[in-house]
Design a protein around this ligand. Structure first.
Ligand SMILES: Nc1ncnc2c1ncn2[C@@H]1O[C@H](COP(=O)(O)OP(=O)(O)OP(=O)(O)O)[C@@H](O)[C@H]1O
Length: 315
């Protein structure tokens, strides 16, 4: 069982690191990691400052969980790593981190209430268990044993454990897997609240629409390195694509031939142009504007861009 802040697995000595910013919470320099001969992380250079909400994304097997495990001190890489200016896994960093990992909570016989009490006993300033149960809508289940919970309920319990000791830093590894739509919405509302409280949060998820909504910084992990580090707006600026949607009495093939048009779809009574360069296609549409109605232009979503960036990896 992984309870938010348990387990001392050692980590690297970080005295060589210059931590020049009081607000720097995580720092890695030239971090590498291999499972045997399989190199997963090649050169990870990362600085995370207090209050950032980070979306860590990458295809299956990119190394996201591995990176979180290194930052937690559960795995040891090569290179310099510090968390709260300490080596990962140190008592200080453990006390300030809450985590939701994949495959957490494998002790089936304990009740939710008892689990939270146990977790609270490990911290110095735990939240009131009953209030947390209420806030996370877990009160009706509190006497249930973990083994009798559904996958989504179990994720919510894991979230409660991650929060009980009021951590400053949260690692959330695919937190919403298995949650129904209501639970997911409630979960992201809780994250929004935590943002307002100034918490630092690193989230991995394959639900990119959710990441796009919440993260103020995106890290894209590919082939052991970050190939992008910045905001969604910065990412969209690098990718000129757009979808242009409108109603028209003109026939679809007219639009297929316009510059930068990738494809044109029918969506009910509308046409949707997928353009690789929205500005160029819009200029070409100008002479037709009096035949177009209800025009809307949308930049590419995180998911669209991610699919393009990772197409080769997924093949
Ligand atoms: N204990 C292990 N022993 C050997 N290889 C491992 C081990 N754990 C993970 N790997 C491999 O390391 C790579 C990175 O795995 P990791 O779980 O970090 O990826 P991930 O980005 O979190 O993937 P996902 O999105 O599927 O959760 C994968 O190729 C995986 O098969």
């Amino acid at each position: 069982m992984t309870i938010a802040t348990t387990g001392n697995h050692g980590g690297r000595v970080v005295s060589m690191l210059e931590v020049d910013d009081m607000h720097t919470i995580i720092r890695t320099e030239h971090l590498k990691f291999s499972y045997g001969k399989k190199q997963v992380l090649n050169d990870i250079n990362l600085t995370v400052n207090a209050g950032e909400i980070i979306g860590l994304i990458g295809v299956n097997g990119a190394g996201k969980t591995t990176l979180l495990n290194i930052l937690l001190g559960l795995l040891k890489g090569e290179g310099a790593v510090s968390v709260f200016e300490q080596q990962p896994g140190s008592a200080i960093s453990k006390a300030r981190i809450g985590s939701m990992l994949q495959g957490d909570m494998v002790v089936p016989g304990i009740t939710i209430a008892d689990l939270l009490k146990l977790a609270a006993a490990e911290g110095n300033h735990p939240l009131a268990t009953n209030k947390l149960l209420k806030d996370l809508r877990l009160e009706p289940f509190k006497t249930q044993r973990l083994g009798s919970l559904s996958g989504g309920q179990l994720r919510r319990v894991t979230f409660a454990v991650a929060l009980i000791n009021q951590p400053d830093l949260l690692f959330l590894d695919e937190p919403t897997v298995g949650m129904d739509a209501n639970s997911r919405k409630a979960f992201w509302d809780n994250i929004e609240q935590l943002r307002q409280e100034g918490k630092t949060i690193v989230i991995t998820s394959h639900y990119l629409e959710e990441i796009q909504q919440i993260a103020d910084r995106l890290l894209i992990l590919q082939k052991g390195r970050f190939t992008f580090d910045g905001s969604l707006q910065q990412l969209q600026k690098q990718h000129l694509g757009a979808t242009i949607t409108f109603e028209t009495d003109l026939q679809l093939p007219i639009f297929n031939g316009l510059p930068a048009v990738d494809r044109v779809d029918h969506l009910k009574h509308k046409l949707v142009i997928h353009s690789t360069d929205g500005d160029q296609t819009l200029r070409a549409l100008t002479p037709l504007l009096d035949r177009l109605h209800q025009v809307s232009v949308n930049r590419e979503s995180l998911e669209d861009i991610f699919l393009q960036l990772t197409q080769q990896e997924a093949n």
